[in-house]
Design a protein around this ligand. Sequence first.
Ligand SMILES: [Zn+2]
Ligand SMILES: [Zn+2]
Length: 296
Amino acid sequence: MLLLIKFLIYHSETVELATFAGVLFLCWNIENLAAVTLNYKKWKHAFINAGFILTNLPIGLLFSILFAKCMQWTMHHHFGLIYSFHPFVHPVFSFMGSFMLLDLGEYVYHVLMHKNKRLWSFHIVHHSDRIVDISTMLREHPGENFIRLAFTLLWIFLTGTLFWVLIIRQIIQIFSTSLAHMNYTLPENVDRLFGWVFITPSLHQVHHHYQNPYTDSNYGDVLSIWDRLFGTFKRMPPEEGVIFGVDSYMKDNEEENNFKSVFKIPFIPFRKRNQLTQSDEVVGRNIFYESNELIS
Ligand SMILES: [Zn+2]
Ligand SMILES: [Zn+2]
């Protein structure tokens, strides 16, 4: 175990990159075999979302250096919440405590992104995807990417997260985020069982529903326990199928069919949620998809 941790510390970036590429490849191919939504242009959709890899790469590299510096400092000064109980408990419990604190941090961050108007305008980019599949997890505006990593840096500082704990969590997070965004559903009984503790594809799909109260639910990252604890856990009634998107960004095809338009969403005049008229709601999915270039 110690050898594995040492290996992860010394090769963290390579391991994370290899895991990311491997999981992406695997999920892409599982979707090809067992996708739920089939009638869309998968490659074109993925090409738009993949553009965010390039914009977010330098930010990710900058913060990986800042994370390492921060953790060196907290370790040297024994600063942070973890250090108040770390010497008294078994490393396994210390890891579990740190892992849960990091996951709680992601939950708090996600709630803030939905509740603050300026932050929401960046987060809309992720939610504006009208088809949720494995490439949707890449669709994060660099503005949001910067805010998320800055928040994580602050959380690492306050909690005193250890380097190896952060790496293991990030690897688990790659699996969990990929699974949550897949164009795939688990068998219902399996989904319900895992959903007691983890965010499953169907739970995250509810979060991507175009209207409230569903959009403002299931904020969890890896664990669903925070949603259950803070009353934000929701399942969609079977008679109401999920429609992906955001109610205020459903009509303009330009916004979803080229990278430049999607990138500009946070900088265009803000549109309030729940602005659809009664007739818009009645026509629902069909009219939204009618002239969408992503649909074959
Ligand atoms: Zn969200
Ligand atoms: Zn998502």
